[in-house]
Design a protein around this ligand. Structure first.
Ligand SMILES: [Zn+2]
Length: 438
């Protein structure tokens, strides 16, 4: 519990609130041993090493709860008109081409580029929803976990924390074998998939269980995956109702909605254990099923793909936590994702101030989605996502002298940060007390 470094800044978040003259004392393991205002810690001597960020805003390291890193490689490449009905499904064709072109070195290189951009954007932990597992024809590499390990190596070479959300994929749709371009996603059986999970866990990789969607995974497999996640207290993530077509197909196959099917299969059994990614086309009764769980919204991707708008304020009213993801990585900026959670809801409802409450301010609420609630969705509650005693000192430090924030009164600084700043203002990034970006 002995601090080896003290970090200081004109402003910083402590226990979810922005304070002036913030101070964090951090030990050799990167854990925060004291946090507060300089005045409140006056009686505690500064640590041997002192880093003063000066005119800056210290935020908890941002947590990106849903990413497909390789999709960054088609940034800008899918915006030419192709047909009269360019939509999610036509985009998917281009994305599958990119997925089919990668060998293990390519997965490592593309993932590393993406994670490096994330770290520079203040993201210190990423949940990578990883679904490239085998050769393009579906056959195994000599090292059967080559592509998962490429992602792990990419993260460790950059220094970003990783929760590897290993995706399980089985079919193209109800009763349909995988398409040729989906073969490399597929393990063939839940047992083969869980064997890989076990091998990765033995290597010390932090993993989550990620059935791709009710489209790609039949009910009996969903049940087995949910059981494993519940038994081992691992985060369970799935894409849910991103497109209306998924709801229609699920109704035809199962006679219920995707969320009702997930509930029947045990995915919602462990409180806080499930994260529904997107969850856009969900009716009110189904929203209530998610109480105590998390919806991971990915607003820039959902806008890019024409998916629709996550009904964020409705979820908050139903007791559902909100996390954020950069998903396709067409944009890597968690501050923007947070902002569009609120602005999308204003657009949708034609009202203002949707996610703040009498006790939690707008900026605090959006920051929580970009940090604490993302960490919880990734199974890292109480460890990451907050700047408080006992948590890791992971931080994104923004330049207060930048024109965006320079003239903002202190009283509005956190709201301005969350509603006007971008990742371009991030000037330092710290992971476990180590300054990785400066
Ligand atoms: Zn996704």
């Amino acid at each position: 519990m002995i601090a080896s470094r003290s970090f200081l800044a004109d402003h910083g978040v402590v226990d979810g609130r922005l304070v002036a003259r913030a101070r964090y004392d951090v030990d050799d393991a990167g854990d925060i041993v004291a946090a507060g205002t300089a005045a409140s810690l006056q009686a505690v001597p500064l640590a041997p090493l002192v880093r003063d960020f000066g005119r800056a805003v210290v935020l908890p390291g941002l947590v990106d709860a849903h990413s497909h890193a390789f999709q960054r490689s088609i940034r800008g490449a899918t915006h030419q008109p192709g047909s009269d009905d360019d939509d999610f499904w036509s985009w998917r064709t281009a994305m599958y081409e990119a997925a089919g072109a990668l060998d293990p070195d390519g997965v490592y290189a593309r993932t590393r580029e993406c994670f490096a951009e994330m770290l520079h954007a203040g993201i210190t932990c990423v949940g990578e929803f990883h679904y490239l597992h085998h050769r393009v024809d579906g056959s195994r590499y000599d090292e059967p976990d080559a592509l998962s390990l490429a992602v792990v190596e990419a993260a460790s070479s950059v220094g970003i924390r990783l929760v590897l959300l290993e995706c399980y994929y089985e079919r193209a749709g109800a009763g349909a074998a995988p398409l040729p371009e989906q073969r490399r996603f597929c393990d063939g059986s839940v047992a083969d998939y869980l064997a890989r999970i076990e091998r990765l866990r033995e290597r010390g990789v932090t993993v989550g269980i990620a059935p791709h969607s009710v489209r790609a995974v039949p009910a009996n497999s969903l049940r087995a995956l949910a059981r494993y996640a519940n038994e081992h207290a691992l985060p369970l993530h799935a894409h849910v109702s991103e497109q209306p077509r998924e709801n229609e197909q699920c109704a035809m196959e199962h006679g219920c909605s995707p969320l009702q099917l997930l509930q029947r299969c045990g995915a919602l059994e462990r409180s806080g254990g499930f994260t529904a990614v997107h969850a856009i086309h969900v009716d009110p009764a189904d929203r209530a099923l998610l109480a105590g769980h998390t919806v991971c919204a990915c607003p820039t991707t959902e806008a890019d793909l024409g998916d629709g708008i996550v009904p964020a304020s409705d979820y908050v009213a139903d007791g559902v936590a909100l996390a954020l993801g950069s998903d396709s990585n067409t944009v890597i900026d968690l501050l923007q994702e947070a902002r569009w959670l609120e602005l999308g809801d204003r657009w949708r409802t034609r009202r203002r101030i949707r996610l703040a409450s009498s006790t939690v301010g707008q900026g605090e609420r959006l920051l929580r989605a970009a940090t604490r609630d993302g960490a919880a969705a990734l199974g890292r509650a109480g460890v990451l996502g907050e700047l408080a005693v006992g948590r890791k000192f992971d931080a994104a430090i923004l330049d207060r002298t930048h024109p965006v924030l320079r003239d903002v009164p202190d009283a509005f600084l956190l709201d301005a940060t969350m509603l006007a700043a971008t990742a371009a203002l991030v000037v330092h990034v710290v992971v476990a007390g180590q300054e990785l970006v400066s």
